[in-house]
Design a protein around this ligand. Structure first.
Ligand code: SAH
Length: 215
């Protein structure tokens, strides 16, 4: 991006962060992360003029970039402060991962659609984001190589968290996911202790469902 465009874009990001903050008060570090991430890089060319509205938008392969309000909520519910690593399942456009990259030292994101993986990698390179690792794989398997993670975030909905994913979460770690329940989706936070998993239902939401395998 050239310098002038960059300034204009960052003003729009700041406005977006302010708008989100009015409906869902944000921690200052999360507000800063949103205010410094140009969402328009993550949306298809034809939708650039909608990039700074609070809407979900279509990306390639029938998938969606989540609403920035939802991204903000998921990020805040994850309580990034003090955590070092995060695993995201469902990289999609890469917007959520880009926000996480400003709040965590190491970000790992898994995506099952190959084309989206390449597009997201290209965007991270363009924005000079160096601390996101993207993997083309079925995220329901997690990413064992770098486990355990301090935080895990599902960016696609599911009924139950598989045991193998909970095993990849550190003790004291937090997992946030849109859980399908009674025809609705509820953002649910799981806190892992040595012997138990605490569960908290936080808010309604709308994500695409997780699917198994890769395409
Ligand atoms: N975080 C994304 C949201 C993308 S929508 C963003 O900010 O744009 C959800 C994504 O989850 C889709 O790209 C979909 O392909 C992916 N997904 C669904 N099931 C998956 C699975 N089992 N493993 C990895 N990715 C999955």
């Amino acid at each position: 991006m050239n310098q002038f465009l960059k300034r204009v874009e960052l003003q729009k990001c700041q406005k977006l962060a302010d708008e989100i903050d009015r409906v869902f008060p944000l921690d200052s570090n999360i507000k800063k992360a949103i205010a410094s991430t140009p969402r328009e890089i993550f949306v298809p060319v034809g939708f650039k003029h909608h990039a700074y509205k609070l809407d979900a938008l279509p990306i390639s392969k029938n998938q969606w970039i989540s609403s920035p309000l939802t991204v903000a909520k998921m990020t805040q519910f994850l309580e990034p402060k003090g955590a070092d690593s995060v695993l995201e399942i469902g990289c999609g456009s890469g917007y959520q991962a880009a926000i996480l990259s400003k709040l965590f030292r190491r970000v790992f994101s898994v995506e099952r659609i190959e084309k989206l993986v390449w597009e997201a990698k290209k965007r991270f390179k363009e924005l000079n984001i160096l601390n996101i690792n993207v993997r083309y794989s079925d995220g329901m398997l997690g990413w064992r190589e770098f486990a355990p993670y301090d935080r895990i975030l599902f960016s696609a909905s599911l009924k139950n968290i598989p045991q193998n994913i909970l095993e990849q979460l550190n003790n004291g770690g937090i997992l946030v996911a849109p859980i399908e329940k009674d025809g609705k989706q509820i953002i649910t936070r799981f806190i892992k202790n040595s012997f138990t998993i605490e569960k908290e239902e936080l808010d309604e939401c709308l994500f695409v469902p997780t699917k198994r395998g890769t395409v």
